[in-house]
Design a protein around this ligand. Structure first.
Ligand SMILES: Nc1ncnc2c1ncn2[C@@H]1O[C@H](COP(=O)(O)OP(=O)(O)OP(=O)(O)O)[C@@H](O)[C@H]1O
Ligand SMILES: [Mg+2]
Length: 360
């Protein structure tokens, strides 16, 4: 590692990335002793009027770990990241960066965090180098260190030849790369990347992925939000899925998929109270039965194998029953791997006066 790279907290920061390998989609399981926690998020909340944008979220990110935060539009990802970056005040809970509270020590925390926001925060009327100089001064980086760091960072994100061009003339992907470089001027221990690759070309995406991997390998803790499952798959050590402000699933990709792949939820409306599902449960296919407000939810491994016994139960009820089947991920509102969303084929069945509509 060069001295500059060490200062930047990036291995081989000056290496030209134009021949960097394409992002591998192979899942990476790194069996290493647990590294120290850099970010600890504890019951974080943010309320906007009636909206619980972040509704009690807790998770940790360790040194050298990429934690992916996934979720649909409006899930609360940006709100959570902005609170962690001390840009918005939480309504409840707290988060600590290396044991320093975002509530009690926001100035100190800000110096340890780099953020590349979803809406790029660069100045179009400044050149690439001037942008980095500006952010470096804000973060209190000394002039001498800053000047060498600017060159290294521009090289890292593949903009070294555009150093003196105005950022306003950059393509979307180039702006995102500069946005990322600006988040790194002060060698943060924790990097917050909000939709770092939104709307960028393939080449810029590869640069960004490669930079993230290098930072991770150098020990930076990274919180990475994305809509794209395939990105998370290639880049993240652990994932958290947010929906309606809550963290609805968390773990390594393999653990999450093992849980999700075979799990479906059958929702039944219209069955008489007290309907017995003992025959289904006896078959060992139903892991949980939930009854709320006239709705029964069966958490099952495979709904298809239960259609026949279910049909018997529905027929016995002698009243219209509405039945819906969804993969667990669909119910959680997770972005889909292929086939993980709600599917829409329908079957209508009539038996002894009872009708059921299957939707999956
Ligand atoms: N300043 C605000 N005032 C009121 N409501 C807000 C504000 N900021 C966010 N919200 C609301 O909080 C919720 C979460 O928004 P947020 O931007 O955090 O979602 P997101 O997961 O980042 O979505 P996306 O994937 O579209 O970027 C949304 O319902 C949004 O309308
Ligand atoms: Mg967002």
């Amino acid at each position: 590692m060069t001295e500059k790279a060490r200062l930047l907290n990036i291995p081989d920061a000056g290496r030209n990335l134009s021949h960097a390998p394409m992002l591998s989609s192979v899942r990476r399981l790194r069996h290493q002793p647990l590294k120290p926690v850099v970010l600890r998020v504890d019951s974080l909340q943010k309320r906007y009027g009636e909206i619980d944008a972040v509704a009690g979220v807790s998770f940790d990110v360790r040194e050298g770990e990429v934690f992916g935060l996934l979720g649909p539009n409006g899930a609360g990802k940006t709100t959570a990241i902005s609170i962690l970056a001390t840009e918005r005040a939480p309504s409840g809970g707290d988060a600590k960066v290396l044991d320093h509270s975002i509530r009690e020590e926001p100035k100190l925390v800000r110096r340890m965090i780099g953020i590349a926001p979803q809406d790029t925060a660069i100045y179009p009327m400044l050149t690439a180098a001037e942008n980095l100089r500006f952010f470096g001064r804000i973060y209190g980086v000394s002039k001498a260190v800053l000047e060498s760091r600017i060159g290294e960072l521009l090289r890292l994100v593949g903009l070294e030849r555009r150093s003196d061009d105005y950022a306003g003339t950059f393509s979307g992907g180039m702006k995102r790369r500069l946005n990322l470089a600006a988040a790194l001027v002060h060698s943060p221990r924790l990097l917050l990347l909000d939709e770092a690759t939104a709307g960028v070309d393939l080449q810029s995406r590869e640069y960004i992925f490669e930079v993230v991997r290098r930072l991770r390998d150098a020990g930076t803790a990274i919180l990475y939000t994305t809509h794209y499952m395939e990105e998370a798959q290639g880049l993240c050590d652990r994932l958290g899925f947010m929906n309606h402000g809550k963290l609805v699933a968390m773990g390594t990709l393999d653990a999450l998929l093992a849980n999700l792949e075979c799990r479906e939820i059958i929702e039944l409306r219209g069955l008489p109270p007290g309907t017995d599902f003992a025959t289904l449960q006896a078959a060992g296919e139903v892991s949980r039965v939930e009854r709320t407000d006239g709705m029964v939810r069966l958490f099952v491994r495979s709904a298809t194998s239960l259609l026949e016994p279910l049909q018997k139960i529905i027929s016995r009820s002698r009243q219209p029953v509405h039945l819906k089947i969804a993969p667990l991920s669909g119910c959680l509102g997770l972005p889909g791997r292929s086939g993980l969303g709600r599917r829409s084929a329908r079957i209508h069945a009539r038996h002894a006066g009872a009708s059921a509509r299957y939707r999956w």
